[in-house]
Write a protein of this length. Structure first.
Length: 176
């Protein structure tokens, strides 16, 4: 059991109504985001991105990793759209780890940390550990069936009607 999970259990005993308040304030989509972050156990994988005792101490790597998950979860295209969304959604901003708008890092820092995450192949390792923890060595077999109607070209049957045409007078019709 890691320290974060221990704190969450202690927090529930100390503040029993806190979870009810948070559940009312969060939308369904935000609750799903919390479940994804807790299932991924991001705090265990962030150790690779922590400060290496060289240079300035890096802060908020876990918050940026959560924002990276939010970017994928909310299907946002660019870092700028992610920052704008975090600025306009206080609950998601707090879930990621920033209390105020001015706490959100600049777009260039997001790009640098995202490049670092990609170079360490952290997302692939998180995904592999999630599969290993939840599925183990089981093979998941499934059968997908689709009942969507498929438009197919059908041969049209032509019905010929034998109508007798009445002969018309030749020429131009009379006026009046």
């Amino acid at each position: 059991m890691n320290l974060l999970n221990l704190w969450n259990t202690i927090e529930c005993y100390l503040f029993p109504h806190l979870e009810d308040i948070l559940a009312r304030d969060l939308s369904k989509r935000e609750r799903e985001f919390v479940r994804v972050c807790s299932l991924a156990e991001l705090d265990q994988h962030i150790l690779e991105l922590e400060w290496a005792r060289i240079g300035r101490k890096s802060k908020d790597r876990l918050s940026i990793l959560k924002a990276f998950v939010a970017k994928a979860f909310y299907n946002l295209d660019t870092n700028r759209s992610l920052i704008n969304y975090l600025g306009s959604s206080p609950s998601l901003r707090r879930l990621c780890g920033w209390e105020y708008k001015h706490d959100i890092p600049h777009e260039s820092k997001f790009s640098r940390v995202f490049a670092l995450i990609a170079s360490h192949k952290l997302c692939q390792r998180i995904h592999a550990s999630m599969i290993k923890a939840n599925c183990g060595n089981r093979i998941i077999g499934h059968l997908s069936r689709d009942s969507t109607a498929i438009d197919a070209r059908e041969k049209v049957t032509v019905i010929k009607e034998n109508k007798v045409k009445t002969p018309q007078k030749l020429g131009r019709p009379k006026k009046g």
